[in-house]
Design a protein around this ligand. Structure first.
Ligand code: NDP
Length: 304
């Protein structure tokens, strides 16, 4: 059995160059990365799996702080050292696309990868963020992505994955709002290139020209709400209590938007389960198991 490393340790490219520890290794790369809950979630799931099947006692998940310019070399080294699985977070999800051997078709249309799976010829890239969001919304808000028109707030990387997942699942119509026009137009242009038939309605937060549906699945994919003192990015009084609201943010656990939608009688959910389900799906890809201990992953994320 390989010696266990601390969930709170962060490694660098320099450490990776010398990596020669025995065992099966998994890693998350990001910059910054010190806040990542992924080592806690994955190592607790692996511990539970090891209680039933001793092969998993050799599996370990660690984090590397890798700035964007080090990504190509880091991926080459991880592959050479046979890291079985890799997660990618900010700022690597888009930059890594041309650096892997193959990309899963859904991830290709999302335009970003967050999970890499080691194969002899190179890494295969997947995107499990969309799956994580979809599963969290289905289980917590009893809503499927095609049940209601979607109002998506944000036009960054997370919004892109959310929009593409909605369209892959046959969502009928999406309103996409953003603060800045440039990023909004870029996202809408990319969506229409991939899904020319889709009904997309872009709007800016400070404009009231586009009427929004009263009953909708509203998804916050902006960073508004990360700070307690953040305000609402737009007026939300148009939404009826038959709407549901999903916030991708999970710290704080109750965001300013969750509070405001809740006051209107709208069901709300934060982004913790999205994190858990994207991680669980990645672990399923790496282990080949149909089911991994999601409850253990959630408990580990909550207590970390
Ligand atoms: P990006 O930096 O790519 O995008 C940030 C988005 O927030 C942009 O649309 C930006 O608008 C908007 N924004 C930022 N500041 C403001 C503001 N003051 N007022 C209005 N809008 C603002 O980040 P990501 O897309 O990667 O992440 C977005 C959020 O989703 C983050 O909070 C992240 O923590 C969360 N997330 C959660 C995940 C989970 O597993 N639960 C997974 C991935 C992300 P503009 O274009 O105008 O700058």
């Amino acid at each position: 059995m390989s010696a266990k490393l601390s969930n709170d340790a962060t490694y660098s490219l320099h450490d990776l160059k010398d990596w020669s520890r025995p065992g099966i290794w998994l890693a998350v790369l990001g910059h910054p990365i010190a806040h990542s809950l992924s080592p806690h979630m994955h190592n607790s799931a692996l511990e539970e799996l090891a209680r039933e099947d001793s092969q998993y006692s050799d599996w370990n998940y660690i984090r590397f702080d890798i700035p964007i310019q080090e990504l190509p070399q880091a991926l080459d080294l991880l592959h050479a050292k046979k890291f079985r699985g890799v997660n990618l977070t900010i700022p690597h999800k888009v930059e890594a696309l041309p650096l892997v051997d193959r990309v899963d078709p859904d991830a290709q249309s999302i335009g970003a990868i967050n999970t890499l799976w080691w194969r002899e010829s190179g890494y295969v890239g997947f995107n499990t963020d969309g799956y994580g969001m979809e599963t969290a919304i289905k289980r917590n808000l009893q809503t499927r992505l095609w049940d209601l028109p979607v109002v998506l707030l944000g036009a960054g990387g997370a919004a892109r994955a959310a929009a593409m997942q909605c369209l892959i699942r046959g969502c009928p119509e999406i309103w996409i709002g953003n603060r800045s026009e440039g990023r909004l137009n870029e996202l809408v242009g990319d969506i229409l290139r991939n899904y020319p038939e889709s009904k997309i309605h872009p709007f800016l937060f400070d404009s009231s020209l586009v009427p929004l549906p009263e009953e909708a699945l509203i998804i916050n994919a902006t960073s508004m709400g990360l700070k307690q003192e953040d305000s609402l990015p737009m007026d939300i009084s148009c939404f009826s209590e038959k709407s549901v609201f999903f916030d991708m943010i999970y710290t704080p656990p109750q965001t300013v938007m969750m509070r405001a939608f809740g006051v209107q009688g709208i069901s709300v959910c934060n982004g913790l389960d999205m994190l858990v389900y994207q991680g669980a799906r990645a672990l399923e890809i790496w282990t080949g198991l149909d089911r991994v201990p999601e409850d253990t992953m959630r408990k580990a994320a909550l207590s970390a």
